[in-house]
Design a protein around this ligand. Structure first.
Ligand code: AMP
Ligand code: ZN
Ligand code: FE
Ligand code: FE
Length: 273
């Protein structure tokens, strides 16, 4: 592990299962020098994270993960270094969170139509005050004894194209990139290895993304090399992190296991000047 920064972490403000306090505690134990909490469609973790990091030597960089579309593909865009008080950004995020709630209601209706008696209250309980996503529906299904486990919820009902699936609002990747730039931030193509081919990546570069998430648990060493090559070729920035969502789903503990170097962060800062 070369680096000391993890710029892709989720908290209970979206579909992560660790609180901001737990995340900061772990970041300190892991010896991280910089983190970013990149919740889906919310920056509500930021102020608490900065207050907790005060005096620890950990830099908390503003972050968010936005779901966008380019053609028929779903593209996740990571934003960093923006001013989280930007009214344009916050009204967009509030709109997305409301749309997520409506979508969860539609998915519950579809499940009910399939004779799965899930109640929306049980999903809301999983989400707490956080931005609602399919993981909350999956956990609610397990909690209510309506599916065997978390992964079965996706493979039978709510995975892409499954009978209770509903898509999110369509926002173009270019719009998200512009919004982040207007808020003074940088935008990155998240985990391209999971869903993006080379043609799509080139289109995103043309749309003005500032960088690519090179380091991600889904990227093999060969893919890391490949994306690093693209970053150099197009004068882009490199980001990366663990995409940690907590321990609730089972599986390996990824916290702080995927890191980038401080040099990558310095380069981001220079790009903003
Ligand atoms: P949403 O943003 O509400 O569409 O939820 C997307 C999240 O659901 C992803 O970040 C994954 O954590 C999870 N997810 C999506 N598809 C699957 C799947 N087939 N198996 C397990 N988790 C999934
Ligand atoms: Zn997530
Ligand atoms: Fe993502
Ligand atoms: Fe993520």
């Amino acid at each position: 592990m070369e680096g000391t920064a993890d710029l892709h972490i989720h908290s209970t403000h979206s579909d992560g299962s660790s609180t901001v306090e737990e995340l900061l505690h772990r970041a300190q134990k892991a010896g991280l020098t910089a983190i970013s909490i990149t919740d889906h469609d919310t920056t509500n973790a930021l102020e608490e994270a900065r207050a907790l990091a005060d005096g620890t030597g950990i830099e908390v960089i503003s972050g968010v993960e936005l779901s966008t579309t380019l053609g028929n593909a779903e593209v996740h865009i990571l934003g960093y270094f923006f001013d989280h008080r930007s009214p344009g950004l916050q009204s967009y995020l509030a709109h997305c969170r409301t749309a997520r709630l409506r979508r969860a209601e539609r998915m519950v209706e579809k499940l009910n139509g399939l004779n799965i008696p899930l109640r929306i209250e049980s999903v809301l309980e999983q989400a707490g005050t956080g931005s609602i996503g399919r993981p909350h529906i999956a956990h609610a299904l397990v909690e209510e004894g309506l599916t065997e486990n978390y992964y079965e919820a996706f493979s039978r009902y709510i995975g892409n194209g499954k009978p209770a699936y509903e898509s999110k609002d369509q926002v173009s990747s270019a719009e998200a990139v512009d919004l982040l730039a207007e808020a003074g931030g940088l935008s990155f193509v998240a985990h391209p290895g999971t869903m993006i081919d080379e043609g799509l990546l080139k289109e995103l570069i043309q749309a003005g993304v500032d960088g690519v998430e090179v380091i991600h648990p889904s990227h093999s060493p060969d893919l890391v090399k490949y994306y690093r090559g693209i970053v150099h070729e197009y004068f882009l920035l490199e980001s990366g992190g663990s995409d940690y969502h907590g321990l609730k789903k089972g599986g390996a503990d990824m916290f702080g296991k995927f890191r980038i170097s401080q040099e990558c962060i310095d380069m981001m800062r220079r790009r903003l000047q």
